[in-house]
Design a protein around this ligand. Structure first.
Ligand SMILES: Nc1ncnc2c1ncn2[C@@H]1O[C@H](COP(=O)(O)OP(=O)(O)OP(=O)(O)O)[C@@H](O)[C@H]1O
Length: 181
């Protein structure tokens, strides 16, 4: 097995504190989604194995030894939406944003890997049916945290939000909103 990087620690704690090194302002957190019903029905085996809190082992398709990759944190299929929010250090990013720094959280991965689920939670079960708070994604959690946080700033604050999705180079949704707590 090839090991890239050094020993595991508590990623949640270090990401909430800040980047491992001051010159590394970007953190990469890997989330492995659970296998879905169709994959399980087909008897498929996952090629991804979370080993410790920062290491992912990948079984090569043609066989051979696993290859290990290290990330700021690795979350397996059992992790909750709250775990993701906490481990990604989003509260800390929010604090930085309130101090005027530009901060970005984005998801990257192949189709069906769980980017939308991670950011916004599962699709609604019907029109007007809200997503249960426990399944809310990074977006809902960030807004809830931010609205709560600005109540305690002791100064009037105006928050503006816009939402768009670019898919296959097409802008699908554009909305603007102004939130005045
Ligand atoms: N951690 C998870 N737990 C349970 N279900 C999940 C999880 N992650 C993803 N899913 C489910 O897997 C399916 C694919 O996820 P999702 O739509 O988020 O993928 P995606 O990466 O956004 O795909 P695309 O690039 O095609 O938009 C969805 O049905 C979603 O609800």
């Amino acid at each position: 097995m090839e090991e890239l990087g050094s020993s595991d620690g508590d990623p949640a704690r270090s990401l909430e504190r800040g980047p491992e090194r001051p010159e590394t302002p970007i953190q990469v957190v890997l989330r492995v989604r659970p296998m879905n019903a169709a994959e399980l029905r087909r008897g498929e085996q996952s090629a991804l194995h979370c080993s410790g809190t920062r290491t992912l082992q990948v079984s090569p398709p043609g066989g051979g030894p696993d290859v290990a990759f290290r990330f700021g944190a690795v979350l397996d299929g059992a992790c909750t939406q709250e775990d993701v929010f906490r481990v990604c250090g989003v509260r800390r990013l929010g604090e930085l944003a309130l101090r005027g720094f530009s901060c970005t959280v984005f998801t990257f991965g192949q189709t069906g890997s769980g980017k939308t689920y991670t950011l916004t939670g599962p699709p609604p079960q019907g029109e007007g049916v809200p997503i249960p708070p426990s399944l809310g994604g990074i977006m809902q959690r960030t807004f809830a945290w931010l609205l709560d946080r600005v109540q305690n700033l002791g100064a009037p604050v105006t928050l503006r939000a816009s939402y768009l999705e670019i898919y296959n180079e097409q802008v699908l949704v554009v909305e603007g909103a102004q939130l005045i707590p």
